[in-house]
Design a protein around this ligand. Structure first.
Ligand SMILES: *[C@@H]1O[C@H](CO)[C@@H](O)[C@H](O)[C@H]1NC(C)=O
Ligand SMILES: *[C@@H]1O[C@H](CO)[C@@H](O)[C@H](O)[C@H]1NC(C)=O
Length: 241
């Protein structure tokens, strides 16, 4: 991977290479690369309303075409465990899945009932909703830009994860370390639609701007319904400001 990056390291890509290796603070390199853009507008230190203490993002939900296929995929590929499938009617079902590898260090195995007991006290749950007779086909973000963009998964070892995904036949849009134009499924799922066809110059500018802060280093894969999943490394350098 280092070699592949080294071969790509020319001009701007040389800078990207250094950024990706964490040798240049991203923000300082981004500064001065154009009149105002790319730039980072940092958030503030203002605390949130104390009344929201205890609020947290618990789950997100995807509508799926085939619940059997999707629960198997999320289990085999990403390691989410099925907590339950609630079969509301013959046609409508809801599956809840969660990561539980026994805690971050793998030492605290939980039975499915223990995970279920923690369901509203843990983060990163996935809810798969299935209606077997939808009046309209489900259109994934990789096919048509819509309000769902993608979600991100962090893995400790990207090459190892990619090798696993390959064995499992996962669909890659691109691998980590590979460049990929902002067209097709990538453009759609980042809400850019047909920017490349509309204005290749703008598409190229966009592409150069988003390479350094991440695109280059992410693997992009799709789930069985065509939803985009970013696979990021635990060790991806953060944007500095
Ligand atoms: C759903 O996926 C499973 C597993 O791949 C497959 O056996 C089944 O035929 C699929 N069901 C439909 C309705 O396509
Ligand atoms: C694993 O994590 C748990 C919870 O943080 C901790 O109590 C335990 O000592 C850790 N075990 C190892 C082997 O690191």
């Amino acid at each position: 991977m280092l070699l592949a990056k080294g071969l790509l390291a020319k001009g701007l890509l040389a800078q990207v290479f250094l950024l990706a290796r964490g040798l240049v603070p991203v923000a300082s390199a981004l500064a001065g690369r154009g009149p105002g853009f790319p730039r980072i507008d940092a958030g503030s230190d203002t605390p949130a309303d104390p009344a929201t203490t205890g609020y947290f993002l618990n789950h997100f939900s995807l509508n799926v075409e085939n619940l059997t296929l999707s629960t198997a995929w999320y289990n085999q590929v990403l390691g989410l465990r099925l907590i339950f499938i609630f079969r509301a009617t013959e046609k409508f079902s809801i599956a809840y899945m969660a990561h539980s590898h026994g805690g971050r260090n793998g030492t605290g195995y939980q039975t499915v009932r223990e995970i279920n007991r923690q369901k509203n006290n843990i983060e990163g749950l996935l809810e798969l909703v299935h209606y077997s007779d939808p009046s309209e086909p489900l259109v994934p973000s990789t096919v048509y830009a819509n309000t769902f963009g993608h979600f991100g998964v962090v893995v400790p070892d990207i090459p190892a994860a990619q090798a696993r995904f390959e064995k499992l036949g996962v669909n890659f849009i691109k691998k980590a370390g590979e460049a990929a134009k902002l067209e097709g499924p990538i453009a759609e799922s980042y809400g850019l639609g047909g920017v490349y066809e509309r204005d290749p110059k703008e598409a190229e500018e966009l592409y150069q701007a988003v390479l350094a802060p991440g695109l280059m280093d992410f693997a992009l894969v799709t789930d069985p319904d065509g939803n985009l999943i970013e696979v990021q490394s635990l060790y991806t350098p953060q944007l500095e400001f």
